[in-house]
Design a protein around this ligand. Structure first.
Ligand SMILES: Nc1ncnc2c1ncn2[C@@H]1O[C@H](COP(=O)(O)OP(=O)(O)OP(=O)(O)O)[C@@H](O)[C@H]1O
Ligand SMILES: [Mg+2]
Length: 219
């Protein structure tokens, strides 16, 4: 397994599209695959750190960092240097409402950006604006940062999903996964687990999906 640190940020200025769900599931997926993993919570709401605190001791550990601007730990700006030696993957959860200036700050040294998007017209419009800002201001393409989209809370064969698919086809950004709308995510989140840490047949397809997400991010 490679030793170099890779940083993956989950972001979309739109609230409630699944940033925390994806960040926590990705962190637990990496930890389960044997990577030394850190989870950064840049959101003052602290949902990722709440998830981490409820995590049981019999599942692989994840190093948590409260990283939002107003956190005391962040005052000396050195929080990002305080990762445990050997950390291999850093997953960063970000707040809703990120502005253009925040984007630049959040995108430093980032290898992968994941943008969750929901199948709804409001989400499609705000995500289109967000992606435009990301491409123009972040100048990501020249920095070798990869952008990926994950569609979330998908109900296949709905008009809303068809509209989302049409929108995504106009972008030249890979859609690396479709996460279905399922209560399993809520149940896992309550216990501080990733979906693939639940031992039930009903999540089998989701486990395959997350392994595939990890494979694509590592390719
Ligand atoms: N695939 C899914 N199926 C069902 N529920 C989901 C799914 N993904 C997320 N949710 C639920 O939707 C809600 C919003 O998700 P989440 O908190 O991950 O979004 P967020 O983008 O982090 O929100 P915020 O912008 O407030 O930080 C949560 O209650 C979460 O459990
Ligand atoms: Mg969140």
């Amino acid at each position: 397994m490679p030793d170099i640190i890779r940083r993956i940020v989950v972001m979309n200025s739109k609230g409630g599209c699944g940033k925390t769900t994806i960040a926590t599931n990705l962190a637990s997926c990496y930890a389960r695959h044997g990577y030394d993993t850190a989870l950064f919570d840049c959101d003052p709401q602290g949902s990722s750190m709440r998830w981490l605190r409820s995590r049981a001791s019999n599942v692989p550990g994840i190093y948590g960092v409260t990283a939002h601007k107003s956190a005391a730990v962040n005052k000396n700006k050195s929080w990002h240097l305080r990762l445990p030696i050997g950390t291999q993957r850093v997953i960063i959860d970000t707040p809703a409402g990120l502005r253009e200036t925040d984007l630049l700050e959040n995108l430093q040294n980032i290898d992968e950006v994941i943008i969750p998007v929901l199948p709804s017209s409001i989400d499609i419009h705000s995500t289109a604006d967000f992606i435009r800002d990301l491409l123009i201001i972040g100048k990501l393409r020249t920095k070798h940062t990869r952008i990926n989209i994950i569609t979330n809370k998908v109900k296949a064969n709905t008009i809303a999903f068809q509209a989302l698919t049409r929108f995504l086809n106009t972008l030249k950004i890979p859609v690396i996964a479709q996460i279905k709308d399922t209560q399993n995510y809520l149940h896992a989140t309550e216990k501080g687990l990733g979906i693939h840490e639940i031992n039930k047949k009903v999540v089998l397809q989701d486990k395959i999906l997350w392994d595939d997400i990890l494979r694509q991010l590592e390719s």
